[in-house]
Design a protein around this ligand. Structure first.
Ligand code: G3I
Length: 371
């Protein structure tokens, strides 16, 4: 009798454990984004350190199931990969490249030259010669190490102001306006097998778009390779600039280059100033109107977000001959920069998968664009 009960109990225990794990991971029956759009464009996600070190099994399972491209969220940025002068830390970047190779996933490396997340020693650098030395050595060392291991590079990130003029970064101050062409020239030499991109936010907006087109034409006129432009796509679900997005795909592809959407998210929370700026240094204080969904996302908002994502993917499919990749800036709503920016500790829902790695209405609506 006791034997029978203990056997029944162990069966129940196994079933219970299985039930928990099934709840956390996405069902095998869930459609795959990468397979659904395999004839159209790459589908990617940003990866954080825990995911790269395979310490987040649910996320890693979802990444392998859903995505055929990854971008390092932070580990290939200068402050992490060259924390002190000529001292490189390739640990996480090497692990990312190995993870991707093992799972037949393309890596878009991010990024070589950016005004933000610079190593501490750059903040005090005065001499133009020192900046030039850093600039050349950093690009050459990092890009040559991953030549033929990464599919592409965001060579220069966010070099423009909202009015299309060049951002006043240490690179512009010390190296002058040609630093962007020189960054691509060095990357081309150091990484002949990787595609080279310019990446920025709000470049679907007319003025900033004109600045990006001028920048790209300048690189092309110098006879230097640039393969594509990345529109980051940090938008709010109820304010997606659809007409500007379509116009920017047309204008950028007219330059003979690829167009990508590289850091896609549709936030459901208001920003204090709400003009879609993604610059982290502009954080501000919170109140209840700024964090209204901490106890769950109303279905009405989830449905509106799903419609916004479906409209976006309909445009991406309309221009699938020009749009080569769509990357979400994270795997699920829980592991997300927009929960802590511009206000720390908010509950945002910007992506296709919820905090339990379950597909949201937005996921279903995106898949439905192909049905
Ligand atoms: O690693 C440290 C950790 O040791 C420390 O305990 C913790 C506490 O402050 O900070 C951690 O570093 C944070 C890092 O993310 C890794 O999590 C930095 O503070 C934080 O500023 C950094 O934020 C990143 C942000 O870029 C920085 O600019 C976000 O994760 C990342 O999603 C975001 O990504 C950028 C793209 O590269 C470019 N486009 C805009 C996009 C969003 O800002």
């Amino acid at each position: 009798m006791i034997k029978k009960y203990s056997f029944m109990l162990s069966i129940a225990a196994i079933a219970f454990i299985n039930c928990i794990s099934i709840e956390k991971t996405v069902a095998q029956s869930t459609p795959s984004l990468k397979e659904t759009f395999q004839k159209d464009f790459l589908i990617g996600t940003a990866m954080n350190a825990r995911q790269i070190e395979e310490k987040d099994s649910a996320a890693d399972r979802l990444i392998k199931q859903q995505f055929n491209a990854v971008t390092p969220e932070n580990c290939m940025k200068a402050e992490i990969i060259e924390p002190s002068w000529n001292n490189f830390n390739f640990d996480l970047a090497d692990k990312l490249v190995a993870f991707a190779a093992k799972n037949n996933i393309k890596v878009n490396a991010h990024n070589l030259i950016w005004h933000s997340q610079l190593p501490a020693f750059m903040h005090y650098m005065q001499s133009a010669d020192s900046v030039k030395q850093y600039f050349e050595h950093h690009i050459t060392t990092v890009a040559s190490r991953y030549d033929d291991k990464v599919y592409s590079w965001d060579v220069v990130n966010e070099a423009l102001n909202e009015d299309g003029t060049l951002r006043n970064s240490i690179f512009l101050q010390k190296l002058g306006p040609d630093y962007i062409v020189e960054a691509f020239r060095l990357a081309q030499k150091s990484s002949p097998h990787s595609k080279l991109y310019y990446n920025d936010y709000n470049i679907e907006q007319p003025k900033k778009r004109a600045g990006a087109i001028a920048l790209i034409k300048k690189i092309q006129a110098a006879g230097v390779r640039i393969n594509g432009v990345g529109i980051q796509g940090h938008w709010r679900y109820d304010n997606v600039p659809m007409a500007d997005i379509e116009e920017s795909i047309k204008e950028f592809s007219a330059l003979g280059i690829e167009v990508m959407f590289t850091e896609l998210d549709l936030s459901v929370l208001k920003n204090p100033w709400d003009n879609n700026i993604a610059d982290v240094s502009a954080a501000s204080k919170a109140d209840s109107t700024m964090n209204p969904y901490k106890n769950g996302l109303p279905d009405s908002v989830a449905q509106k977000q799903a419609k916004a994502y479906a409209d976006l993917f309909a445009v991406f499919l309309k221009y699938k001959n020009n749009v080569t990749r769509v990357t979400f800036w994270g795997v699920n709503d829980g592991q997300y920069w927009l929960n802590d920016w511009p206000i720390h500790g908010r509950t945002n829902y910007p992506l296709l998968f919820d905090r339990y790695f379950q597909p949201k209405p937005a996921f279903d609506s995106v898949i439905a664009t192909k049905q």
